[in-house]
Design a protein around this ligand. Structure first.
Ligand code: SAH
Ligand code: SF4
Length: 369
């Protein structure tokens, strides 16, 4: 049976004018060659876009006035627009980005001591249909382009006046299944990590997947790539298939084998995210099976108490159970953290990112604002 994620996700409609924002270095060089300019000017353009984060042509003072005017006449410089920013009490800010076709996605800016983590979207909606996830309920609308992925980073850093010396971590844990949009994701990764631009180290970029084994294999074939996190979320095939349809195609054993084959660098570990759903995935037996799964390859575990959303039918676990599971895993010799649901009071926490509900779908309070 053909699954929704077997088909490529729809792409953004092509635009009439070229957009420089989101082009890689060869793309910028080609663009300038078309204007009769030498290739090295492409580097100046790249640095202006991604190192200086200039957003208007007149800011590109490294180029001649004449060239700036020609660029302004013929080439767009359009990042996704920031249409809403809501700060939460815990310091996180949820941002809503408006894309060129009016669709919206969300990103979250989370400052910590000495670093900042940006949670990014990779698609509008998601094809994977996980039953506990608000994004999963809206289905897939389309892939984000590389420009729209990089644009979330540029816009959030800009909005918060983020100083270049503070390290930036990126996690693809917003809307969408990043491995269902691997080509645009890797194009964005190339731009984000380039030392002439944002220069974010690859080890500071993490892609979270629901377990799309074909995508895990494709990602593993890249010599330079982001780190991998797997949303495990259940420890028996019966439970996992019920809440994550992808498990009906690649079950727990197939997943563990794929992760065991994933070519890790020295010291690198795969993060196992585990959403705790009260009475469904949070038993002590689950904890023991999770420990056994985690031992099959170098890993660390991130327990995520479920963030409730309207109509989900699931509940968050009791605090005491979260503590007991954490202890069980630590006693088993594993590295464990519990994710604080940053931004929960503004509906920016994981799995609460819902925008552009399909016609006829039941709106959540978040989608109505
Ligand atoms: N599609 C990717 C990345 C986006 S989801 C993936 O599934 O991994 C990011 C994380 O949020 C995943 O670990 C997912 O299991 C988790 N998540 C989804 N809905 C959630 C909810 N309501 N509460 C807590 N975590 C949730
Ligand atoms: Fe998609 Fe991830 Fe939500 Fe599953 S948990 S529906 S893969 S965004």
């Amino acid at each position: 049976m053909v699954q929704a994620w077997d088909r490529p996700a729809p792409e953004a409609a092509p635009q009439a004018r070229v957009n420089a924002a989101g082009l890689d270095l060869p793309g910028l060089q080609r663009l300038l060659a078309d204007l009769g300019e030498p290739a090295w000017r492409g580097t100046q353009l790249f640095e202006g876009l991604y190192r200086h984060r200039w957003t208007r042509w007149e800011q590109f003072t490294s180029l001649s006035k004449e060239l700036r005017a020609r660029l302004a006449d013929t080439v767009d410089l359009a990042w996704p627009g920031l249409v809403q920013s809501r700060a939460s009490e815990d310091g996180a800010t949820k941002h809503v980005f408006q894309l060129i076709d009016g669709k919206q996605v969300e990103g979250v800016f989370m400052p910590y001591e000495g670093r900042v983590t940006l949670c990014l979207s990779s698609q509008v909606g998601c094809a994977m249909g996980c039953t506990f996830c608000a994004t999963g309920q809206m289905g897939i609308l389309r892939n984000l382009t590389a420009a729209e992925i990089v644009g979330q980073v540029v816009a959030m850093l800009d909005h918060h006046g983020h100083p270049a010396e503070i390290p930036v971590n990126l996690v693809f844990m917003g809307m969408g299944e990043p491995l269902h949009n691997l080509d645009h994701l890797m194009a964005a990764f190339t731009i984000l990590t380039d030392l002439k631009g944002l220069a974010i180290p690859p080890r500071r970029i993490t892609v979270s997947t629901s377990g799309l084994v074909s995508g895990i294999e494709r990602l593993g074939a890249h010599s330079k790539r982001p780190r991998l996190a797997l949303s495990l979320n259940a420890t028996t095939d019966e439970h996992r298939s019920r809440i994550m349809p992808v498990n009906r195609v690649w079950n727990l054993d197939a997943l563990a084998q794929a992760l065991g084959r994933f070519p890790l660098q020295s010291g690198e570990r795969i993060t196992l995210e585990y959403v705790l759903l009260k009475g469904v995935t949070d038993s002590l037996e689950d904890g023991r099976r999770l420990a056994a799964f985690a031992r099959r390859f170098p890993s660390k575990i991130n327990l995520i108490p479920f963030n409730p959303h309207e109509g989900s039918g699931f509940e968050p676990p009791d605090e005491a159970r979260v503590g007991a599971l954490c202890r069980l895993l630590v006693d088993a010799g594993l590295t464990v953290s519990v994710r604080r649901s940053r931004g929960q009071d503004v509906a920016g926490a994981c799995g609460q990112l819902v925008r552009n509900l399909r016609p006829g779908a039941r709106p959540t309070p978040e989608a109505e604002d």
